[in-house]
Ligand binder design. Structure first.
Ligand code: 5GP
Length: 180
């Protein structure tokens, strides 16, 4: 039986272990180093969920870069509410810069589409989206992530920054909701 955790009323079973996640994040950092050689990109971390992804990815990115944060939310419990609210906008000037948006997970695409539109108003030179997890079957927007760690089924996951009503962000592994 797979290792499980209980958060509030739900059980979650192991989906990806720490070694698997770290290996993939390091590969993604290598890909970005190659694509952004000498370009000093700005990593825009989407709080709270992308904290660990951003931390591990940027520590493995061995070229010059900036790191900053934004905070938007659309989720309540295990469901997307369909509207996006900004509680921390970008503080730096991004005019003429290369942006890499760091997301924990792309589900319906509402969050990346909304943030992409907001950031575009400041006329950066480019914006690309990097997400650790992508649920292609849940996608409702035309925008596609440029860097994807893992594609997953349309199921609710926690751990490695992602929460279930506030719990589970500190887990180093990723777990998916289990039926019992
Ligand atoms: P989207 O806007 O693409 O529908 O959803 C993106 C945001 O919703 C993610 O940044 C994340 O905060 C949250 N989210 C989407 N799917 C999941 C999931 O399976 N688990 C958790 N914990 N959060 C999710």
């Amino acid at each position: 039986m797979k290792p499980r955790v209980k958060l509030w009323d739900r059980y979650f079973e192991l989906a990806m272990d720490e070694a698997q996640i770290q290996e993939r994040v390091q590969q993604m950092a290598r890909d970005m180093e190659r694509d952004y050689l000498g370009k000093r990109p700005i990593f825009v971390t989407v709080l709270n969920g992308a904290i660990h992804f951003a931390s591990d990815l940027t520590r493995n990115f061995k070229d010059k870069c900036d790191i900053t944060f934004v905070k938007y939310s659309s989720y309540k419990g295990t469901k997307s509410t369909g509207t996006l609210q900004c509680s921390l906008g970008i503080q730096e000037s991004i005019f003429g810069r290369h942006i890499i948006l760091l997301e924990d997970i792309v589900d319906t695409g509402l969050t990346i589409a909304g943030i992409f539109e907001e950031l575009s108003k400041q006329e950066p030179l480019s914006i690309r989206v990097a997400t650790l997890l992508y649920k292609p079957k849940a996608m409702k927007h035309t925008i596609q992530p440029d860097y994807v760690g893992f594609e997953i089924e349309n199921e609710f996951v926690v751990g490695y920054g992602m929460d279930y009503n506030g719990l589970g962000r500190n887990l180093p592994e990723i777990y998916k909701v289990s039926e019992d």
